[in-house]
Design a protein around this ligand. Structure first.
Ligand code: ADP
Length: 290
């Protein structure tokens, strides 16, 4: 299936993915497709007046449905804070977060819990599976907690795509890191959330498993119009994304559309450890993007 052909959204409506032909401005405003989540003048500061840290400095950005966006930048540049504010895990100091037209920044705890349960999927570096549950039980747990019906046909499809068919009765300790992360991906995708936030999803994986997990995430974007926002330090992982945002000092400094691995490397050239090759350093081409 072509990268830009019509795709099914997670909630079933058909839409055109639409390629952005021009890069958006440095404030991250996109000109194509349907907006799933947006930050408006988003600010987050920590500490008091004397020792204030500005983690996010008036960030404006839109995340489009059916796109995979990578967020990169040096340690301390605000990547986690942006993701946590977008996901309703952290309260902004100023500005707004809108997800599916809902003002997340104005929600109370009960509304936030519902938002995270119904609209948002998470994938963490450390997998975050329940150790006493099997792979299948882990994948289905969020739906069961939400008392939502389980679509067995969708479950079968997801399980086959992530290649977990023969591992469904295994507990996390009986699975490799790559398999555990595939369970976490399946769990996130099973609920068909509006947006999946992935925090260094390949940070603990070897190069082979990383490619598998990234390929699978990319596939869920292409085939099912899933929206993914992924924080990563790894240029190779970022090269799978449709768009790469670069943060520095709490601001978006670059907004790249379909950058190649080399183009991403160039952004960080001369910045020491931020250009280190990630776990996929053995690969030489932009394998994930095509
Ligand atoms: P990144 O994910 O890019 O490494 P973070 O979003 O974690 O960056 O942090 C951005 C800035 O905010 C950093 O200077 C960090 O020290 C600061 N920060 C993050 N969380 C807290 C916190 N809970 N208390 C105080 N400062 C924080």
């Amino acid at each position: 299936m072509g990268r830009h052909s019509a795709v099914k959204t997670p909630r079933g409506a058909t839409m055109g993915a639409g390629k952005a032909t021009t890069a958006a401005g440095a404030n991250g405003t996109a000109a194509d497709g349907e907006v799933v989540a947006r930050a408006i003048d988003l600010t987050k500061t920590y500490g008091d007046k004397d020792s204030q840290v500005v983690a996010l400095d008036h960030v404006n950005v839109e995340f489009m449905r059916g796109q995979m966006t990578a967020i990169m930048g040096p340690s301390g540049s605000g990547k986690s804070t942006l993701m946590h504010c977008m996901a309703g895990l952290d309260k902004p100091t100023g500005g707004k977060v809108i997800v599916e037209g809902l003002d997340v920044s104005a929600m109370n705890q009960r509304q936030l819990t519902k938002l995270r349960r119904d609209q948002i999927g998470f994938i963490f570096q450390s997998f975050n599976l329940v150790p006493t549950l099997t792979a299948e039980e882990n994948i289905l747990l969020p739906l069961q907690i939400a008392k939502r019906p389980i679509d067995r046909a969708w479950f079968d499809k997801v399980v086959d795509v992530v290649g977990l068919r023969s591992r469904l009765t295994h507990r996390p300790s009986q699975l490799s890191g790559g398999q555990q992360q595939r369970v976490a991906c399946a769990r996130a995708i099973m609920a068909r959330p509006s947006v999946i936030f992935a925090d260094e999803p390949t940070g603990n994986l070897d190069s082979h498993s990383s490619r598998e997990v990234l390929g699978f995430l990319k596939n869920s974007v292409r085939e099912y119009g899933q929206t993914i926002v992924m924080v990563t330090h790894d240029p190779r992982a970022a090269s799978y994304a449709d768009r790469v945002l670069v943060l520095a000092d709490g601001r978006i400094t670059q907004d790249l559309r379909h950058p190649t691995y080399d183009e991403i490397l160039e952004v960080f050239a001369g910045e020491g450890d931020e250009v280190e090759d990630g776990p996929q350093a053995d690969a030489t081409s932009r394998e994930g993007a095509e």
